[in-house]
Design a protein. Structure first.
Length: 406
């Protein structure tokens, strides 16, 4: 492992002179180019400070004593560095400063630390961080606060109180009290794990309680519509305008593979002429910022033409009348009952239907499906795409024709 660069510098702040005219002395710790500063609670006349050497000019006994103290601080910092390495704590300018000043011995609040983390994430939205990530951690924070109140009748607790037993009890609370399924529980516990790992990296706690916690997600079978169900849905007409619109948006997603957030923000600028001269959807996925390149199939184009610029948003024209995700799913439940579909219809079910029934079942390659879905790897696509029994039957029939033995 590459060794970190580490430097120590003493300097004075000439712009913040004390009442006696002396300048406060500060310590700057730099690790791999990242700095952290703190006062050493000493001061000196600016005229007696050697800026180049970072120490006092030894013109009198007071300054000589000050220089001895600076060397003592330097020695202590190297000792702190060694102790952090022995404790397997990531060496950073912040962790060194915290251990040196004793800040890591303070009862730093878990909720405050988590809230500070979320504030930083919010500032990064649109700058490499997705809005969904911020919302996920906000939900996780609310679960943590609820658990603290439930387990100890407190509003907060110290980071040092977050041990492996706390994590296990939190896991139990999510499953039993909050009635979360296994995968949701694992997701929330891992979110908390990110926070305590960050606290350890900053030297605020000595051990990461997640190191002894074993978490495992379960493979969940995602529903999708088969060919007959999809045809029945397409041919079903509804007299209620709102339900008809929800059906059209769902069917559009079944034939484009767009996620809810992407179809909701679909604008005329996202429709371009493809290499074949036909209309294509070309846009970045909001979740991953990966590009989607999707030829618009006739049935999807028919739906676009039906709602051509009829729905105007606040800031721009949207191509389809998409409700909120919550309302969409509520209406889809009603649509499933009216259509005789026993599967749970959600906006995401359409994306699975596109990957499975519309594309792979019609011999579209996995690589092409992955490109249209905007995935970074085929492994992600395999999560969406199921191999149908009909596909297996067709391929085995071809195989049987080749294996003609007398």
């Amino acid at each position: 492992m590459k060794r970190k660069t580490f430097s120590i510098l003493f300097f004075i702040k000439r712009t913040k002179l004390l009442k006696n005219g002396e300048a406060p002395i500060f310590l700057r710790i730099t690790v791999d180019g990242l700095r952290s500063e703190t006062s050493i609670l000493r001061s000196i006349s600016p005229t007696q400070w050697n800026e180049k050497k970072g120490c006092a000019n030894p013109v009198n006994s007071k300054n000589k004593e000050l220089n001895h103290y600076l060397e003592h601080v330097r020695y202590k910092l190297y000792e702190v560095q060694k102790n952090l390495e022995d404790e397997n704590i990531v060496i950073s300018a912040q962790s060194l400063k915290c251990r040196f000043t004793g800040e890591d011995d303070k009862n730093i609040s878990l909720v405050d630390f988590y809230q500070d983390h979320n504030v930083k994430i919010k500032e990064l939205i649109g700058k490499g961080m997705a809005l969904a990530t911020f919302k996920r951690h906000e939900t996780s924070l609310r679960h943590v606060q609820s658990f603290i109140k439930y387990s100890s009748n407190k509003d907060d607790l110290s980071l040092k109180e977050v041990d492996s037993e706390f994590i296990k009890e939190y896991d139990h609370y999510l499953r039993v009290v909050r009635n979360c399924n296994n995968n949701s529980t694992v997701k929330y516990v891992r979110n908390l794990g990110k926070i305590v790992r960050s606290a350890k990296e900053k030297g605020l706690i000595k051990q990461n309680p997640m190191d002894v916690i074993k978490l495992k997600t379960q493979e969940v079978e995602k529903p999708f519509l088969n060919k007959i169900e999809l045809e029945n849905l397409i041919n079903k007409e509804f007299s209620i305008k709102r339900i008809e619109q929800v059906k059209d948006v769902f069917v559009f997603c079944c034939f484009t593979g767009l996620a809810f957030v992407d179809v909701k923000g679909l604008t005329p600028n996202d429709v371009v002429k493809g290499v074949d001269g036909q209309n294509w959807i070309r846009k970045r996925r909001q979740k991953t910022q990966n590009w989607c390149n999707i030829p618009i199939l006739p049935i999807a184009q028919k739906i676009l033409d039906k709602y051509s610029l009829c729905y105007v948003g606040v800031a721009q024209n949207f191509l389809l009348p998409v409700l909120s995700n919550q309302k969409m799913n509520a209406y889809l439940k009603e649509i499933a009952e009216l259509t005789g579909i026993t599967k749970q219809l959600t906006t995401h079910c359409a994306r699975h239907t596109f990957a499975t029934t519309v594309t792979l079942a019609n011999n579209v390659s996995m690589e092409t499906v992955s490109k249209m879905l905007g995935h970074s790897s085929l492994r992600m696509t395999q999560h969406y795409a199921k191999i149908l029994d009909s596909t297996i039957g067709k391929e085995m029939e071809l195989l049987s024709q080749k294996l003609q033995y007398n």
